[in-house]
Design a protein around this ligand. Sequence first.
Ligand SMILES: [Zn+2]
Length: 94
Amino acid sequence: MPTYEYECEKCGYKFEKFQKMTDPPVKVCPECKSRKVKRLIGVGGGVIYKGPGLYTTEYRSEEYKRKEKEEKQAASSSSSCPICTSNTCSTCNK
Ligand SMILES: [Zn+2]
C-alpha cells in the first residue's frame, strides 16, 4: 500500500497517509480543518508523472527499439543458420 504525502497550504502542516490507490485523496487538513490540503505528487512511491522530458524519453525508446530490431536481424542472419540453427553451417551458409 503506497504512502501519500500531503501538505496543507493554509497552515503548512505536512502528514503522510497509507492509502490504497483507489482511496479518495485527503481533502481536509487534520490540524486546521481547512480544505487547502494538496497531495505531494511523486513522494513515497505514489504516482509519478513524467515532466518535460517525456518527448525525449519517447524518442529515445523509439530509437532503442529500432536499434534492437536491427541487432536482432543482424544476429539471426549472421550468427546462426535459420534452417539448421547451427553457427558454423557449411551446408546452408553461403
Ligand atoms: Zn492546515
